[in-house]
Write a protein that binds this ligand. Sequence first.
Ligand code: URA
Length: 223
Amino acid sequence: MPRHTSRSLPIQRGHAVAEDLFAAAPKPEPHSLTELNEEMAAAGPMVEGGKRAVFGEGPIGAALALVGEQPGDQEDLQGHPFVGPAGQLLDRAMAAAGIDRSRSYVTNAVKHFKFQQRGKRRIHEKPTMGEVKHYRWWLFKELEFVHPKLVVALGGTAAYALSGKSVTIGKSRGPAEFGEFHGFITVHPSAMLRMRDHDEREAAFLDFVRDLKGARKLAAQSH
Ligand code: URA
């Protein structure tokens, strides 16, 4: 049984914000990803916001698993990870890196959309470290079921969730170890969406593609 421990941040099963009367009772371990997802949806959001748990998607045994921060507005509405603007950029970068998204597993560290309502708009809110910690148990269980060769952390929240440590992307970008998973840390695609300067954005995109190519090669080499 893989042991995904971190001295600084233990992995424990999170609780819903509103605990039920039986929350203290030991829960049986889920036997499949479907069971895990059903349990997670029933557990409810551990952040203020989206009502729907957006599950990871992709085949069991995918060589690459990519982990983002949390579903955004479109992901919450459509019920799929990385289908909004950041997802479209991720699709482009994966294609440029020679990675078939349909053969990869794509998920998020936090499974619900955390936002603030401003008029009609739902504004993305970054999850706190405590909230990310609540979802860690679910994330690692999910990855155990998928059993990828390499896990790619897209941005700081995913890197924190996977490594258990605060990570500066600029310094930690590249190969990493996440518990017993081989990993790779790179930027989150939304970082590029925020860049106003065209040349800067293009250069950042090429660096992102280079990272994804590196991750693909590492996954191909690992057993
Ligand atoms: N950003 C993420 O981190 N995940 C998504 O699914 C969409 C946007």
